[in-house]
Structure formats: structure tokens, C-alpha cells
Design a protein around this ligand. Structure first.
Ligand SMILES: [Zn+2]
Length: 359
């Protein structure tokens, strides 16, 4: 690898670590970045954390022409295995999406502010005003992998100058020729789509602590997570359906509300990653799983940014079913393994805390 090429990959690592450490952009192993150079595409491996981009080997070099040929023949380039250092890494489900984009640098994030717009029926009209002057497109929800890549390829072919994609019910893609200009555009988009979060009331800490006493549950430290149970708007939205894939994959397909009179014994029988207790707050399962914690914290931040009157588009039942196929469970296991490794390398300040610096 030439010195210049090494430097560019270094810039991608720095950029990836910066965005991976921002809870408003990336939660746990979500999001991915790539760089095309010298006929190769360096892309973040499945299940790895962008936040670890500097200290760990998280990028895989794949042949760009081969990958594009596979996509043209209808073969998904996801799931290929590579040995990097002493680690076995696999290409992610979003590899095809990165490969079909002609830009050298592609950044895909699960931006909380973008998602709060991307789950709205009126998202395209609202964003038209907010993103005026930026070459952007709205991509209707399609499952990740080849279907999403095909949809993006067709949209971008019609308008090759497009540098920003809003993926409905999913997230944000920003492209550019260099890491520097791509990050500048990402910051600009984030600034334009920013939404002031709805203020949340304090949960009933004392009652939550009593209900968590059984050892099954813990009390999350984040106030927005409790607002899912204390704020009537957040509570209604979270119980009416699934807004985006990570919510279904890492949390629950049906959030339930328990009344304030629920007992510790009743809660001990609940087999869910979290429970919402109406007007009181939220309890999260005690097992230390940073991916669930980060996904829950991200969902809470999205909910705080959706106004009461916003017309929402939830994922359809068949779309949720597709998400929960065997492949996804395999992905989930891999992500959770990496989460365990992440915990070993970066133990939280207090056991079970939401990992704030890695989102
Ligand atoms: Zn994604």
C-alpha cells in the first residue's frame, strides 16, 4: 500500500472513530463507512464497532469490480469471510449499498435526528425545506442488502450528483470524494435536521429501585429512556409499532406498558429486554448487553424528537417478519459477541450503565 493510500485509510479510521463515539449518530455496532481506492473498497466489517476504528482492525478490503459484478448478477456480497490480523471478519449486509455508490467515501449512520424525520409520512416534504441546496434523495424503505442497493443504484443513476440519501425508516448516507468533505457534509446535514428533544420529567427513581430489587432488572441511568414510560407521546409511539429495523432486531417487536401497580414478582416473569411502567419509568434487563442498552438509548432519543402530531409510518408486519429471519439472528449473535468483547475492553463506570461514549 502506498503512503498516500495508507494515509487515506487512516483518515477513514479517524472519521469512523469520531462518528462511532457519537450516540446521536451511531449506536453500538450500527453504521458503516467505506473508502474506494486502487480498485478496492475498504469497508467496515459486520458486527464491528465504528468507535473502535483506530485501535482495532475493523475494515476489510474487497475487490470493487468483482463486488459490482456479483451485484449485477444478483449475488449479495454480504457474508464473505476474511482474516484480518488474527481475526475472522465478515462483509456486512450493507456492503452492496456502499459498492453501488460511485463516490470514494461513503458514510452510513443511524442518525437519531435523521431517523426522527425518516419515520414520518411527510418526511420528504419536510426535508425538502431543511435540505434545500444539498443534492439529496429520499429512498423509500426497502430491506437492507441487494434490494436496498438496487433501489439506491436506480435513484442515483437518474441524479449522479446525489451526495445525501435519507433511507426511510432506517438512517442516513452521506458521500464524497474525500473523508474531509464527506464529514463536513455529514455535519451540515446533521445541523439542518437537528430537532430539539422534548423535555422529559424525572422518573420515580425510588419505586423503580424497589421493582428492580428482584435481580432481574436494572434502572437505566438515562432520563430519555424513562420518558418512554413517563411521556404520553413517547409511550403511544413506542407501543404502536416498529419504527426501524434495529428496534425489532435488538429490542422487542412489541413494547408493552405495565401499570404502576405491577409487582416485582409479576415483572420477574417478563421475558423482554425492557419494561415500561406507566408514568413511573423504564426497567432494562440486568444482563450486561451493550448492544441492547445502546439501541434502547437510541430509540429513546428518536422518540423525544417526534412531535405529537407527526404522521408516522411504521414498518409493516411482513417487513418486520423479514427482519427476524435466521440471518438476522446470526447477525445479532455476532454483534452481541463483539459487544461482550467491547465490554471487556471498555468496562462501564458502573455495571449495567448505558455506554455513553460509544452510543
Ligand atoms: Zn443501517
Amino acid at each position: 500500500m502506498s503512503v498516500i493510500a495508507a494515509t487515506e485509510l487512516g483518515l477513514l479510521q479517524d472519521l469512523s472513530a469520531r462518528i462511532g463515539g457519537d450516540q446521536l449518530l451511531v449506536q453500538a455496532a450500527t453504521g458503516n463507512t467505506s473508502l474506494k481506492q486502487n480498485g478496492q473498497m475498504w469497508i467496515k466489517a459486520s458486527g464491528t464497532w465504528l468507535a473502535h476504528a483506530v485501535e482495532d482492525a475493523i475494515f476489510i478490503p474487497i475487490d470493487l469490480d468483482d463486488t459490482r459484478r456479483q451485484i449485477a448478477r444478483g449475488i449479495d456480497p454480504a457474508g464473505q469471510s476474511f482474516t484480518v490480523g488474527r481475526k475472522q471478519l465478515g462483509t456486512s449486509v450493507e456492503t452492496a449499498m456502499h459498492a453501488v455508490l460511485h463516490w470514494r467515501v461513503v458514510v452510513h449512520v443511524h442518525s437519531v435526528n435523521t431517523i426522527a424525520w425518516a419515520v414520518r409520512e411527510d418526511g420528504p416534504e419536510q426535508l425538502e425545506k431543511l435540505l434545500a441546496g444539498i443534492a439529496w434523495q429520499w429512498i423509500p424503505y426497502t430491506s437492507s442488502g441487494l434490494p436496498l442497493a438496487r433501489s439506491i443504484e436506480a435513484s442515483v443513476a437518474a441524479r449522479p450528483e446525489t451526495r445525501v440519501l435519507i433511507l426511510a425508516n432506517h438512517g442516513l448516507v452521506v458521500c464524497g470524494d474525500t473523508c474531509e468533505e464527506t464529514e463536513a457534509l455529514l455535519r451540515e446535514v446533521e445541523c439542518r435536521v437537528r430537532i430539539a428533544p422534548r423535555r422529559s420529567v424525572e422518573p420515580d427513581w425510588a419505586l423503580l429501585a424497589r421493582l428492580a430489587d428482584s435481580g432481574v432488572w436494572r434502572v437505566p441511568p438515562s432520563i430519555p429512556v424513562h420518558a418512554m414510560a413517563t411521556d404520553p407521546v413517547n409511550r403511544r409511539i413506542v407501543t404502536e409499532g416498529i419504527l426501524y429495523p434495529c428496534q425489532a432486531i435488538f429490542l422487542s417487536t412489541q413494547a408493552r406498558i405495565y401499570s404502576a401497580s405491577v409487582t416485582t414478582a409479576e415483572l420477574a416473569l417478563v421475558d423482554e429486554p425492557f419494561v415500561l411502567i406507566e408514568g413511573i419509568g423504564t426497567l432494562a434487563r440486568r444482563r450486561r448487553n451493550p448492544t441492547e442498552s445502546a439501541t434502547l438509548a437510541g430509540l429513546a432519543l428518536v422518540l423525544q424528537r417526534i412531535p405529537q402530531s407527526a404522521p408516522l409510518r411504521y414498518l409493516r408486519e411482513d417487513q418486520v417478519r423479514d427482519l427476524l429471519c435466521a440471518d438476522v439472528y446470526h447477525y445479532r449473535e455476532r454483534v452481541e459477541d463483539n459487544g461482550a468483547e467491547h465490554l471487556a475492553l471498555h468496562p462501564p463506570v458502573a455495571a449495567g450503565d448505558v455506554p455513553t461514549h460509544h452510543g
